[in-house]
Write a protein that binds this ligand. Structure first.
Ligand code: XMP
Length: 510
């Protein structure tokens, strides 16, 4: 299979670059610049390399650099933004910084006739985000694009098949970005389009059929997209040797546990054990109000339940995990602060011993996992399900968690989701849910005074959940939700809408 390497210098659009390549059915993988050598690149046989952007300046001693030998390795390279400047610097060109040379946002770019710009008009809109710029192209390079402020917005070295662009072709604001990426892949690197999800399924199933023959395989199914797709794939490969354990911690949304059981147990005929552990979890959570403590208790209890259950299954050699590609990329950036201790089923193996852990989805981006899910016949609603946190509704019930509060929240949340769906707005917002605040307020119903909980509704629009905008849901949808919730759910006297973005808030309330 043909492969492209995205060499990561710490830019914010690196995953986007790899996804743009994969959209063209060419496999791309991301490696941090300090995690792969030129020899390894050559040995792997990449058809091309893309240098990503990055926040640094090439003259800053702390900025990420790479061995200039890569330029002579005979592999086509496309440098983007910082990657373009780095290429220029490594090849002996000059990079400059001037306040009045910085460009941000949509910018007109003028391109010359070049293989990289085949089918790109002479003048079009691109996306720029830079202060430094290449002020003198290296020897052997020719300038192939410019903007009103940037004299070298593109360059190439024909003999060595090296290209650099100051703008970002991976960002959709660059109108001909896809064309430029296609030109690099097919005109310059001569890639084959052999990355297809149908082939992926066939290859993966065949691979695990052979690899896991005769072994007992265990998977923790959460009902989320990743573990569901992993379960159906592995079920195709090893059939009844796979057992899925679904821990129902009592913190799921309305009817969710039954839906998972019906879909996978009855529908796909998977060996499914549903563990009803609500009581265990609620006992452990009794009296606990601190968000991090809640998360830790749930994470630990999850492991205990799973462990107890798997003990009853006899010897199991293999654990399957639904790890996906963004979880395994080692980025070229530094460490960031922990805001919340996220919990998902990935935290299992450290205390349990298995012969091997297999991760059938570790090469896939989320949208590819979804495509595989659709092709495997997993219900559309599940494949496109909004994210749901591992600790479930525990992080949406503020203060102490009780069954009564969970039931109130489940009803309110179901109404809100139903109203968003009825209005056909599921695609307008990336995650939307209700939160049971710990605040009670006075209300009036009929002629009587009420004193019930306040429900907060939350909906966010985001690409990556690292930052998010609050979604501007139509007032009518909010009004219908509010009116139905206060009428239909006992114990609620007020509904508010959360209009905070991330940052400064997070998506979940806890
Ligand atoms: P925050 O609240 O951190 O949420 O802005 C960002 C995204 O992550 C989800 N989330 C979790 N997912 N385990 C998960 O698997 C967790 O512990 C967890 N906490 C938050 C959240 O729903 C949102 O999509």
């Amino acid at each position: 299979m043909d492969k492209i390497l995205v060499l990561d210098f710490g830019g914010q659009y690196n995953q986007l670059i790899a996804r743009r390549v994969r959209e063209q059915h060419v496999y791309a993988e991301i490696k941090a610049y300090n995690k792969i050598t030129v020899e390894e690149i050559v040995k792997t046989g990449y058809k091309g390399v893309i240098f990503t952007g990055g926040p640094n300046s090439v003259y800053d001693p702390a900025s990420p650099h790479y061995s200039p030998e890569i330029l002579n390795a005979g592999i086509p390279i496309l440098g983007i933004c910082y990657g373009d400047q780095l290429m220029a610097y490594m090849a002996g060109g000059v990079v400059d910084s001037a306040e009045n040379s910085s460009e941000y946002g949509k910018t007109l770019v003028y391109v010359d006739e070049n293989i990289l710009f085949k089918d790109v008009p002479t003048e079009s809109v691109c996306f720029m985000s830079h202060t430094d710029y290449v002020s003198k192209a290296p020897e052997g390079f020719e300038i192939i694009a410019h903007t009103d402020k940037c004299p070298c917005a593109g360059m190439w070295n024909e003999k060595r098949k090296l290209f650099g662009v100051q703008f970002h072709p991976e960002v959709t604001h660059t109108v001909y970005g896809t064309t430029i990426i296609k030109n690099f892949l097919f005109e310059v690197c001569n890639c084959n389009q052999d990355w297809k999800m149908d082939d992926f399924i066939e290859r993966t199933v065949d691979f695990y059929k052979k690899k896991l023959e005769g072994k007992k395989v265990l998977l923790a199914l959460s009902g989320g997209v990743d573990s569901s797709v992993a379960a159906v794939l592995l079920n195709k490969a090893v059939g009844s040797n796979l057992t899925c354990v679904f821990v129902d911690h009592g913190l799921l949304r309305k009817d969710e546990g039954d839906f998972v059981e019906d879909t996978f147990g009855d529908g796909f005929g998977i060996n499914l054990i549903r563990v009803n552990a609500e009581e265990r979890f609620l006992n452990k959570l009794k009296g606990v109000t601190e968000p991090e403590q809640k998360r830790k208790i749930i994470g630990a209890e999850f492991i205990h339940v799973f462990e107890d259950e798997s003990k009853n299954l006899g010897e199991i050699q293999i654990l399957v995990q639904g790890t996906i590609y963004p979880d395994v990329i080692e980025s070229g950036k530094g460490d960031s602060a922990v805001i919340k201790s996220h919990h998902n089923v990935g935290g299992l193996p450290s205390i349990m011993s298995f012969e091997e852990i297999v991760e059938p989805l570790r090469d896939l981006f989320k949208d590819e996992v979804r495509e595989v899910g659709e092709k495997l016949g997993i219900p559309h609603d599940l494949v496109w399900r909004q994210p749901f946190p591992g600790p479930g509704l525990a992080v949406r019930v503020i203060g102490e968690i009780t069954k009564e509060k969970l039931d109130i929240l489940r009803e309110a949340d179901a109404i809100f989701r139903e109203e968003v769906a009825k209005a056909g707005l599921e695609k307008m917002t990336n995650q939307y849910f209700a939160v049971l605040t710990n605040t009670r307020s006075v209300g009036v119903m009929g002629d009587a005074r009420t004193y019930g909980y306040t429900i907060a509704l939350r909906a966010v629009t985001t690409d990556d959940f690292m930052t998010a905008e609050w979604t501007r849901l139509p007032f009518e949808v909010l009004e219908r939700s509010s009116s139905r919730i206060t009428n239909e759910v006992k114990g609620i006297s007020r509904v508010v809408y959360d209009i905070t973005s991330k940052p400064p808030a997070t998506v979940e309330w806890e």
